[in-house]
Design a protein around this ligand. Structure first.
Ligand SMILES: [Zn+2]
Length: 464
């Protein structure tokens, strides 16, 4: 029986991670994420590659929306098997899916009202992709599992979650498949984190891997130095204070928010920035902070000690929409952190609409902005952008903290690939824009001499 891998997302694009592994008569879905690129969003509403009832297991590498965000839809459409993931991912993914449902409901309601007012129908359904009830329904299927401990999910098929940094709970997954006297190991990288970053430990070595599916978000780039972050951040904050404007930071509560708070607290303690109001406008931020406290074992020791100390005075968690709206009336410089991280939905859109035309304000990016997202348009210097159905002129300062990335760059990815214990038969390069993915495949070919493939959407491969 042959082993097959099908690529149904994050194939020559970044979001919507979804791979189908077929072995020994079983169908296993690795990640089931949401598409965030504007042109690909319609795929969120499309059918799954195979009928949800025919899927035997779902395995999540981590809790980012573009990796777990479509699971509630999968369950709503009839999937009723286990959703395996690390225990921190189990905690965060449930918060993320619920938050996504809530934001989807808010956005759909907003869109419906706007369209009603304008007497038109939008390109996307004025209904949420799924509801909070759908997200709640996933809970009984979530099956947390420890790191570094093999889990047999079917006869002859086992998997391991292995630490990969990136975000709390993130893992790469190694499948070991025994068939007709042969053993095959297949590694799915998920998203690979960086070395020497604050908060999380470094990614673990790959070890055995006959095949590797590897992300390439920054496969054609080299990051700025993370040592520069405090200096750059204090310049941005002090500049905003001088101009009397707000700092709007699009960030998902689980992405860079924790690091950001850590850096702001450190800068304040060292007297590098003044005391400012900082608001995290996310319905899920509070819950995520609790999860961080419950998984302190995943942080490096230095950070655990620092995190206990690093309290940021003036930090407010905003939960309700009415509290969110009242942020608009704050006088003086405030730091407003809200999702989604790529400005594709959620409360950040309202804050951008309110702040982006004022040259005293700053929009600060701390995470990856996929092609075709509002975040990318702003970051690329578009002067006119469409937010919540209206045209806005970007007059605010637009800044980016490059060193903040949660993704390894080309050098770091290759460094990580070198930790494989041999030469894999094929490296499948995914989760990158076309240019990044092909450039990365090329670099791996040249530097490591490996055979690479850059699968397109719906491509599938039979493994030896
Ligand atoms: Zn991720």
């Amino acid at each position: 029986m042959a082993i097959k891998i099908g690529f149904y997302g994050a194939a020559q694009n970044v979001t919507g991670s979804c791979y189908l592994l077929q072995a020994k008569g079983r169908n296993i879905l690795i990640d089931c994420g949401i598409y965030q690129e504007h042109d690909l969003k319609e795929r969120n509403w499309a059918d799954f590659p195979i009928s949800p009832e025919a899927i035997d297991a779902v395995v999540l590498t981590h809790a980012h929306l573009d990796h777990c965000g479509r699971v509630p839809r999968l369950v709503a459409q009839g999937y009723n098997g286990p959703v395996y993931c690390s225990s921190a991912t189990a905690d965060i993914a449930q918060i993320v899916m619920l938050d996504c449902a809530k934001i989807n409901e808010e956005d759909a309601e907003f869109k419906r009202k706007r369209h009603e007012k304008e007497g038109r129908k939008g390109p996307f359904p004025e209904q949420p992709l799924y509801t909070q009830t759908d997200a709640e329904a996933v809970k009984p299927f979530i099956t947390p599992w420890a790191f570094d401990k093999p889990l047999k999910i079917a006869p002859g098929i086992s998997l391991e979650f292995i630490y990969v940094a990136h975000i709390l709970g993130a893992a790469f997954v190694r499948f070991t498949i025994e068939d007709e006297g042969k053993t095959r190991t297949i590694v799915f990288s998920g998203d690979v984190g960086r070395c020497d970053m604050p908060i999380l430990k470094d990614p673990s070595p790959i070890g055995a891997a006959d095949y590797i599916v590897c992300e390439s978000t920054y496969g054609d780039r080299f990051h700025g130095n993370q040592a520069d972050i405090p200096e750059e951040l204090s310049e941005i904050v002090n500049d905003a204070v001088k101009r009397g404007g707000n700092i709007i930071i699009p960030s998902f509560a689980i992405e860079r928010t924790q690091e950001l708070i850590y850096f702001l607290a450190t800068l304040l303690r060292d007297d590098k920035i003044p005391h400012l109001r900082t608001l995290i406008d996310s319905p899920m931020a509070v819950k995520v902070s609790d999860v961080f406290n419950r998984h302190l074992d995943l942080f490096d020791e230095q950070t655990t000690a620092l995190m206990r100390k690093a309290r940021l005075p003036g930090l407010t968690m905003v939960r309700s929409i009415s509290d969110s709206k009242s942020i608009n009336h704050i006088k003086g410089t405030a730091i407003i952190i809200a999702g989604s991280g790529m400005c594709t939905g959620g409360r950040i859109k309202h804050h951008l609409a309110h702040n982006i035309e004022d040259p005293s304000n700053t929009v600060l990016f701390v995470g990856y902005q996929a092609e075709g997202t509002l975040g990318r348009e702003i970051l690329d210097g578009e002067k006119n952008v469409r937010i919540l159905g209206e045209q806005f002129t970007v007059r605010a300062r637009v800044a980016k903290l490059e060193g903040f990335s949660a993704h390894a760059d080309q050098r770091e990815l290759i460094h990580w690939l070198k930790t494989a214990s041999g030469t894999p038969k094929t490296l499948f390069v995914t989760h990158g824009e076309k240019n990044a993915a092909f450039a990365f495949a090329d670099a791996v070919g040249k530097q490591l001499g490996w055979h690479t493939e850059v699968p397109a959407y719906e491509d599938s491969f039979t493994l030896e």
